[in-house]
Design a protein around this ligand. Structure first.
Ligand SMILES: [Zn+2]
Length: 83
């Protein structure tokens, strides 16, 4: 899989580290949410089939976080943008 880093250009995925589901919103005030909501945010993930937003870190490149819109079924990347 080739990831088009917006800073470095097209690079092999081995240079990147998957970070997290890009659709998650961190609670603004973690102290005010229930333990169950915090556990959901930290540990529970969907396993979508099809288009998905993900955060990737260009670990062996520019070391920047990027937002990748990737189809999890075909691995086709629709877009990549700075996070
Ligand atoms: Zn990069």
């Amino acid at each position: 899989m080739i990831i088009p880093c917006p800073h470095c250009g097209a690079r092999p995925h081995a240079e990147f580290t998957y970070g997290i589901d890009g659709t998650l919103d961190r609670p603004a005030d973690p102290a005010s949410v229930t333990d169950e909501s915090w556990i959901d945010y930290l540990y529970l993930r969907n396993n979508p089939r099809g288009p998905h937003r993900e955060l990737w870190h260009h670990t062996l490149g520019c070391e920047q976080w990027i937002v990748v819109e990737r189809d999890t079924l075909t691995h086709v990347i629709a877009s990549a943008a700075p996070a």
